[in-house]
Design a protein around this ligand. Structure first.
Ligand SMILES: Cc1cc2nc3c(=O)[nH]c(=O)nc-3n(C[C@H](O)[C@H](O)[C@H](O)COP(=O)(O)OP(=O)(O)OC[C@H]3O[C@@H](n4cnc5c(N)ncnc54)[C@H](O)[C@@H]3O)c2cc1C
Length: 454
């Protein structure tokens, strides 16, 4: 049996980060992955979706040119070429990771599925490997609800959608989380008739309520939204799949149809593949791996991170966790992961970005101030004729501590970064308002929002 200083299970962004850190310290490392290195982000998540969404954004912007008195039109969008470009970027990313792995001395990449046989040993394709320290970064996969008839329909997921050669005329999304919203934005911008069904009454129900409301209002102009509705069954017809849906409050049922169905009903932990019981590693109710605040499992030498722990399921959160897990596994002093300051963005049109508590969450047991500003309150926002986009700041009264910040509108993901930095550095609102902001720039919306606190 081969013995390694470190075994990493999962070669997504997060597992790769740990493996390369370990190798850079001169340690002998085994990296096990059953799929393509790069995991979800590179192969079927962030990277391909954003390649597609950028095209959608360009289409929407071109259509909006008319508000600046520019007459322009889109003659044609070559769907096949748009998808080919995305696929070539994915292949390039994947190949450069493969090359980096191959060129790493002391890194043994095992391209197979692995599972535990005891708390120090993994079995990979019949061979056993032993590790002094083990890092679990096995991520998650699309969760497929047990809908009657679904297995008989060639449904899409965030993985298979990337293989499309032809644009579907219409598509139904089962589940309306951020993955659905981003792909719905893409397809609808390309002229596909899009329907989303979701159990919740609100889009992105964990987010800031006013932002969800504006997002719904904007998306409804080009996407059919069925909220508070669940899918019951799916059947195939000569005209494409039909989905039977039921309104959760009234019980009313009806069938809706489209040429394609995409299942976007959340993410399922890959922990079921790991035979964790052989190592005695604990999981939560949803089968994500339980870790303490320092990302250690209930076993002293085993750490878990990234989507595998089911917390902030974003690449940027996983990258930070990799930094911390590695530090904690190699130092006596431990650092806690601060999930409060993990931001996220949803690349719809309008774009959304958010960090920290919502107003509703912050009001529980705290005295707070809330500030709002419209994009159009700033010169650049007015130049862009951005009438509805806005930002909202939530601050602790007395201390000025920033508790949350939420934006809906152009470049939201870029604009929020200075607030994220301030929060991470435990800054109060002065760390924003006392900075000199270039005038006029869209970033003026951030201090403007904090100047309106009441
Ligand atoms: C459509 C979509 C869009 C997204 N967009 C964004 C975005 O814009 N920004 C953002 O921050 N995040 C985004 N995410 C989330 C992001 O992709 C994930 O948070 C991130 O990729 C998780 O990385 P990970 O390394 O933890 O897991 P993964 O990347 O999923 O890697 C896990 C790896 O483990 C391997 N594996 C699993 N079990 C085993 C086993 N038993 N043996 C061997 N190998 C195993 C898998 O093959 C996989 O390669 C998106 C996700 C999706 C699905």
């Amino acid at each position: 049996m081969k013995t390694y200083d470190v075994i990493v299970v999962g070669a997504g962004d997060v597992g790769l980060a740990i493996a390369f850190k370990a190798v850079s310290k001169g340690l002998k490392v085994a990296l096990v992955d059953k799929g393509h290195p790069g995991g979800t982000c590179v192969n079927s998540g962030c990277v391909p979706s954003k390649m597609l969404i950028y095209t959608a954004d360009r289409i929407i912007e071109t259509r909006e040119n008319i508000k600046f008195s520019i007459r322009s039109g889109i003659i044609d969008v070559n769907f096949r070429a748009v998808l080919e470009r995305m696929r070539s970027v994915v292949t390039r990313g994947r190949n450069s990771i493969k090359k980096a792995i191959e060129e790493s001395e002391n890194l043994h990449f095992i391209s197979k599925e692995g599972h535990f046989s005891d708390e120090h040993t993994l079995e990979v394709a019949g061979d056993k490997i032993r590790g002094n320290k083990i890092f679990i970064a096995t991520g998650a996969r699309p969760s497929i609800p047990p809908l009657k008839g679904l297995d008989k329909v060639p449904y899409l997921t965030n993985e298979s959608v990337l293989g499309l050669k032809k644009k579907p005329e219409s598509i139904i999304f089962i589940g309306g989380g951020y993955i659905a919203l981003e792909y719905a934005h893409f397809f609808s911008a390309l002229g596909v008739k899009v329907t989303i069904i979701d159990r919740n009454l609100t889009l992105l129900p964990f987010g800031e309520r006013e932002i969800s409301e504006l997002l719904k209002k904007k998306l409804e102009t080009r996407i059919e939204l069925h909220m508070g509705v669940e899918a019951i069954s799916v059947r195939s017809t000569v005209n494409g799949p039909r989905v039977l849906i039921r309104n959760i409050s009234t019980g009313g049922e009806k069938e809706i149809s489209a040429k394609a169905v995409m299942v976007s009903a959340g993410r399922k932990s890959n922990a079921d593949l790991l035979k964790l019981e052989h190592a005695g590693i604990k999981t939560d109710k949803a089968n994500f791996i339980k870790v303490d605040e320092c990302l250690r499992t209930n076993k002293k030498h085993i750490w878990a991170l990234g989507d595998a722990i089911g917390r902030a399921m974003f690449t940027h959160a996983g990258d930070k966790e990799a930094e911390l897990a590695w530090y904690n596994a190699t130092h006596r002093r431990k650092i806690r992961m601060n999930f409060q300051s993990v931001p996220y963005a949803v690349y719809t049109s309008p774009q959304i970005a958010s960090v920290g508590l919502t107003e509703q969450q912050a009001r529980q047991g705290r005295n707070i101030l809330v500030g709002r500003a419209l994009y159009s309150d700033t010169v650049m926002g007015e130049a862009m004729m951005e009438r509805e986009g806005f930002a909202k700041a939530i601050v602790e009264k007395g201390t000025g501590r920033i508790l949350g910040f939420h934006i809906i509108g152009p470049n939201a993901a870029i604009l929020i970064q200075e607030v994220v930095n301030a929060m991470l550095n435990k800054g109060d609102l002065k760390s924003i308002t006392q900075c000199i902001h270039i005038f006029p720039a869209l970033s003026n919306i951030v201090p403007e929002t904090f100047s309106n606190l009441q």
